[in-house]
Ligand binder design. Structure first.
Ligand SMILES: Cc1cc2nc3c(=O)[nH]c(=O)nc-3n(C[C@H](O)[C@H](O)[C@H](O)COP(=O)(O)OP(=O)(O)OC[C@H]3O[C@@H](n4cnc5c(N)ncnc54)[C@H](O)[C@@H]3O)c2cc1C
Length: 449
């Protein structure tokens, strides 16, 4: 008996012909029907394994569908070196996984499902259809064709005393009994804890904690921030975008992008991008966002523009005409500086380029795009397997990593889905090989077996 090095299939050689024949395909259980779980299912079923994917909601891919509502940002076109910096310094397994499934591979995969892509002005990559539904439809068709069984409406509720996976029908309530689903290997892809009504509610953390695994508490990531606006700001400008701004936290690097005024504060890509830094700062006290409303101009250039004679124009008109600033930016200046907003061009220019806003908190998990926290990365090996539960692999947002919006979230979910699937195959192959050695050792010489 030997092992197919690439795919981990166990093959046995018949004594007479030396011909290789495939052994029994392994039964693999995947829990969670988001991008990470679906991708693991695709890869494992493509290699001939019998895959059952169990999802607690009535259908799979609900968060993916929601992600497509604002334009499905699949990945990013920037160079890999810069790309990988988006995951911070503490996410080595995630970086390793992305080395194994790079942005261009995700793009090719989407093309393979008939979804052409384009690169937006910000470098983000989207399917031409923008939404997720055509991609998900084609994907599910492929999975069905590869024999993946998808079971919906069942929640994983932990392990029994023998390490068997326990499930309960979602509709039956907590008091109902559970049933077992045996498997040769398992991939958990249960998601994080944001937008719980889409399925990923983070309830699985207790099952892993019970088995002695470290789980970092959930926090909203890529979430809006709360700012105590004046009634004028809230009522007049909620829903208004702030285009081409710079955002800084605690003297860190400036992030360029867009934000949107909400009734409670600000949201949008530029705000999400500084979220991790802001959370760190706010662990010790209040957080302050510094907005640069004119990142494309130096203080000198701006003060020169503002030095043009103002005549009888209102400040709002003057700022609009001389510096191209819309009313929402002028309101932002008043909001931050109040009566102390300087009139002298150079001081005014400096104020425009550094508008401090005190952040009182983050929007909750229920509306955050992603969540920070989850299963500690120290709990898995380089193949994505739980060190304390061999044969169980983990993928996607349920792991404790964090990244800004820009396609980095989906890329990491796909990449860890692939890592886990490949890990399953390698693990099964190694197990079969060692079982075969044990069997051979146990077989008495001369039996001809
Ligand atoms: C509004 C919004 C917009 C977004 N836009 C983008 C974007 O444009 N680009 C991007 O990169 N990312 C985006 N994201 C983030 C991205 O969608 C997620 O990071 C990604 O879906 C996570 O994939 P996952 O497979 O790890 O988890 P999920 O997609 O959350 O899937 C996990 C699945 O597991 C199931 N599950 C959980 N617990 C159990 C259990 N006990 N038993 C059985 N099943 C269970 C859940 O029901 C769920 O279906 C967006 C998210 C939101 C909310």
């Amino acid at each position: 008996m030997g092992v197919d090095a690439e795919y981990g299939h166990v093959v046995s050689e018949t004594a007479n012909t030396g011909q290789a024949t495939a052994a029994r395909p392994s039964t693999i259980l995947i829990v969670g029907g988001g991008p990470a779980g679906l991708f693991a299912a695709e890869r494992l079923s493509a290699r001939g394994h019998k895959v059952t994917l169990v999802e607690r909601m009535p259908s799979v891919g609900r968060k993916l569908m929601m992600a497509g509502r604002g334009g499905l940002n699949l990945t990013h076109s920037e160079g890999l070196k810069d790309f990988l910096t988006r995951y911070g310094n503490d996410a080595k397994p995630i970086v390793g996984a992305i080395h194994g499934f790079r942005p261009n591979e995700l793009i090719l995969w989407a093309h393979g499902l008939g979804q052409d892509t384009f690169v937006g002005t910000s470098g983000r990559v989207f399917p031409k259809a923008m939404k997720a539904s055509p991609l998900l439809r084609a994907w599910l068709q492929r999975l069905r064709a590869q024999g993946v069984e998808i079971v919906t409406g069942e929640r994983w509720v932990g392990w029994d005393g023998n390490g068997q996976m326990l499930f309960r029908l979602e509709k039956s309530g907590a008091e109902a009994g559970s049933h077992r689903r045996p498997a040769d290997a398992v991939v958990l892809a249960l998601g994080g804890a944001s937008w719980p009504r889409l399925g990923a509610d983070g309830n699985w953390t207790e099952f892993l904690r019970t088995h002695g695994m470290a789980v970092t508490p959930w926090q909203p990531a890529n979430a809006g921030v709360h700012i105590a606006w004046s009634p004028l700001m809230r009522d007049k400008f909620a829903g208004t975008p702030l285009k081409r701004i710079g955002v800084t936290v605690a003297g860190g690097g400036q992030v360029h992008g867009e934000a949107m005024v909400t009734r409670n504060g600000l949201e949008g890509g530029a705000i999400y991008a500084v979220g991790a830094e802001l959370r760190r700062v706010m662990a010790d006290g209040p957080g302050v966002l510094h907005l640069d409303l004119k990142p494309g101009m130096t203080v000198g250039e701006l003060s020169k523009a503002l030095a043009r004679p103002r005549g009888k124009q209102s400040l709002a008109n003057h700022l609009r005409k001389s510096a191209g600033m819309p009313p929402v930016m002028v309101a932002m200046l008043h909001e931050s500086f109040g009566r102390s907003l300087p009139a002298e061009p150079e001081a005014l220019a400096a104020a425009i380029k550094n508008v401090p806003l005190t952040v009182t908190g983050f929007a909750g998990l229920e509306r955050a795009i992603s969540s920070a926290g989850g299963l500690a990365l120290e709990e898995i090996d380089a193949r994505g397997m739980l060190l304390k539960q061999p044969g169980v692999f983990v993928a996607g947002e349920m792991l404790d990593w964090d990244a800004p919006t820009g396609g980095y979230l989906l890329q990491a979910c796909f990449a860890t889905g692939k890592l886990a699937a490949d890990g399953v195959m390698a693990w099964l192959a190694a197990k079969s090989a060692s079982d075969a050695v044990s069997a051979a050792v146990a077989t008495p010489i001369g039996t001809g077996a």
